[in-house]
Write a protein that binds this ligand. Structure first.
Ligand code: SER
Length: 330
């Protein structure tokens, strides 16, 4: 696989890449970013359903894959011989609370199936996303440290915390190069989240650009850690391409960029669209949000592999509004 000219050689052997959960909010953007970085035909997108808009994953192979189907996964690995697997398929926090047993099965069995298959086939690297949901109501809320009291109280959070420990176990027992980030809420204009507690932070921009008002399902002062998608993609690719000896955390790295409340998000949008109005009607997701950190201490990621975000709230708002308006006109 050719690396773009001028890019330093890394510890990752160039080879094909398999992205599981490619039709999700992160998957759609990560496949596009990987296809820019590598030869597009070597980046294999896989999901349990085809993309709603096939153009979004055009330019490279797409395969149907239920991650709980180990024999299908084995077949795809034999077919494409991936050097890296990005395993993103999961139920998010709000959906998993409504469907706890399936949430546990998909999030937990799915990870174990991928880790087992990676070891069996000698896949060089696995990426698996964790989340701020690994923390719970007993965790210090502000500048939440890398190592602290966890005690998550959602199915999603419990599955992510257990998953982190499994990643560390596969690294220790099998030498598998599995890497992970605890994402904050992710915000992007190209794809929509589904079933998360931080989804409001994406929905609010879509309503604003459509000229509508927004009813927010969290209270106006609920501060949560958030991140703009270009930063999330940069962090993911930087982590995966860092030399192995720099990766000191084999559970999952805290990752921060910004922290804001719905009222601060609304105010940031109103600086561009003064007529935009937000009302607040908290639902069951408020309880989930209240159990999560308000902000994250990501010093370890900065120290170990040089993490540095580019976007704060106002920079993100300007970019989101610009792109969503362009998409509206197209
Ligand atoms: N954004 C996710 C959610 O809200 C958290 O990882 O469920």
């Amino acid at each position: 696989m050719a690396l773009p000219s001028g890019e330093p050689e890394t510890s990752v052997l160039p080879g094909s890449v398999l992205v599981i959960g490619a039709c999700g909010q992160l998957g759609l953007e990560l496949v596009a970013a990987l296809r820019q970085r590598y030869e597009p035909h070597l980046v294999v997108a896989a999901d349990v359903r085809p993309p709603k808009n096939p153009d979004l994953l055009a330019g490279g192979p797409f395969e149907l894959l239920d991650v709980l189907d180990r024999s299908r996964l084995d077949k795809l690995i034999r077919q494409y011989r991936p050097k890296q697997i990005y395993h993103l398929a999961a139920l998010l926090s709000a959906t998993a609370e409504k469907n706890p047993l399936f949430g546990w099965q998909l999030n937990m069995d799915g990870l174990l199936i991928v880790l087992e298959a990676a070891v069996a086939h000698g896949v060089a690297q696995v990426y698996w996303p964790s989340s701020i949901a690994v923390f719970g109501p007993d965790t210090p809320r502000d500048h939440t440290p890398q190592v602290t009291i966890m005690n998550p109280n959602t199915v999603y959070g419990i599955s992510k915390l257990a998953g982190e420990q499994w990643c560390e176990w596969y690294h220790r027992k099998h030498g598998l190069d599995v890497r992970s980030l605890r994402y904050p809420g992710l915000i992007g204009y190209k794809s929509l989240p589904g079933g998360g507690t931080t989804d409001y932070a994406v929905d609010i921009y879509h309503k604003a650009v459509a000229g509508e008002n927004y009813e927010c399902f969290l209270s106006e002062d609920t501060h949560l850690p958030m991140m703009y998608m270009p930063d999330a993609l940069k962090a993911t690719l930087d982590l995966m391409h860092a030399p192995a000896e720099q990766i000191k955390v084999r559970t999952s790295y805290n990752l921060g960029a910004m922290s804001f409340s719905p009222a601060e998000s609304a105010a940031s949008i109103q600086r561009h669209l003064p007529d935009f109005q937000v009302t607040y009607k908290p639902d069951g997701r408020q309880q989930i949000a209240d159990s999560w950190p308000a902000s994250i201490d990501d010093a370890k990621a900065r120290q170990d592999w040089g993490w540095q975000p580019d976007f704060d709230l106002d920079k993100m708002t300007a970019d989101m509004l610009l792109h969503l308006k362009e998409m509206q006109l197209a």
